[in-house]
Write a protein that binds this ligand. Structure first.
Ligand SMILES: Nc1ncnc2c1ncn2[C@@H]1O[C@H](COP(=O)(O)OP(=O)(O)OP(=O)(O)O)[C@@H](O)[C@H]1O
Length: 265
């Protein structure tokens, strides 16, 4: 499908994700009145220091945690009122995903596709394509129990994509992958965005956000403290510090320190 057509369709779609005043506290607030909008068809990276509330936010979007307050809308669907409809549009890939060790990648993907009621012929074609794209072809018929952490991560990603979700949410998807595997995962995600899907990922690898994301959101202490393209973020941080330019690392540390002086170097 031509890219311009895909882009045009995305522009007509409701946003992939709208969070308003989202809040969740454990013994103290983890997500604290978060407002965030991710457009349809966008590659969006969520950055923030350890404990900023990124995973908690995404777990609420994926329907794994109930917010204390706020709203979650996924392509216009109220995810709190109709979680099943929202979940059908979402793929969630945790930072330490669970897969079934006794199954082979092909069996696991067939199982997951069955849960989503994907037609078996289509599911098998999807599964084989994903397994090949992620470099797992040689292991397609081996049980996952002998797989390395990186191989398991790729099986989990393939499982999350097999029902062709419109919103793909990944928590630290590239941590622990070698350079070759990371490249394969990045290529698969970019291909999905080109085909019209929306990707939201968290990462501590700033270069990933810098190179892949169309927009970057920075979270600190459970709130969105800055958002935009890399250039926009640099301008926001430059205005504060009186400096301009700088790498995403400079900009990120500046923005986070401005909202949490305890983190200032
Ligand atoms: N299940 C839980 N029970 C108690 N506290 C929790 C729980 N999950 C998260 N928290 C707390 O909520 C806060 C936000 O955690 P969260 O995992 O969302 O941060 P994060 O931005 O994803 O951090 P990291 O980059 O380290 O993964 C932290 O203070 C954390 O200790």
């Amino acid at each position: 499908m031509p890219r311009a057509f895909v882009r045009g369709a995305a522009a007509l779609s409701p946003p992939a994700l709208v969070l308003t005043h989202l809040a969740k506290a454990f013994d103290r607030p983890a997500v604290d009145g978060l407002d965030l909008t991710v457009r349809a068809g966008e590659f969006y990276a969520l950055l923030g220091p350890n404990g900023a509330g990124k995973t908690t936010t995404l777990r609420m979007v994926a329907g794994l945690l109930r917010p204390d307050a706020g709203t979650i809308s996924v392509f216009g669907i109220d995810a709190l009122a109709d979680p099943v409809a929202a979940k059908q549009l979402i793929a969630w890939v945790a930072d330490e995903p669970m897969i079934y060790d006794k199954l082979t990648p092909l069996e696991y993907l067939a199982f997951v596709a069955g849960l989503w009621a994907v037609a078996p012929v289509h599911a098998e074609a999807q599964a084989r394509e994903l397994i090949d794209l992620l470099g797992l072809g040689r292991h397609a018929n081996e049980r996952c129990e002998g797989f390395s952490k990186g191989m398991r991560q790729k099986v989990a990603l393939a499982g999350a994509l097999v029902h062709e979700p419109r919103l793909i949410i990944l928590d630290e998807p590239l941590t622990g992958l070698d350079a070759g595997s990371a490249r394969l995962v990045k290529d698969v995600l970019i291909a999905r965005v080109r085909a019209g899907a929306t990707v939201i990922l968290t990462t501590h690898i700033l270069e990933v956000a810098e190179r892949m994301a169309e927009r970057i959101g920075v979270i600190a202490q459970g709130r969105l403290v800055a958002e935009g393209t890399l250039e926009e973020l640099a301008r926001q941080s430059g205005r504060r510090s009186g400096l301009s330019g700088g790498s995403l690392e400079d900009v990120f540390l500046e923005l986070v320190a401005a909202h949490d002086p305890g983190l200032a170097a």
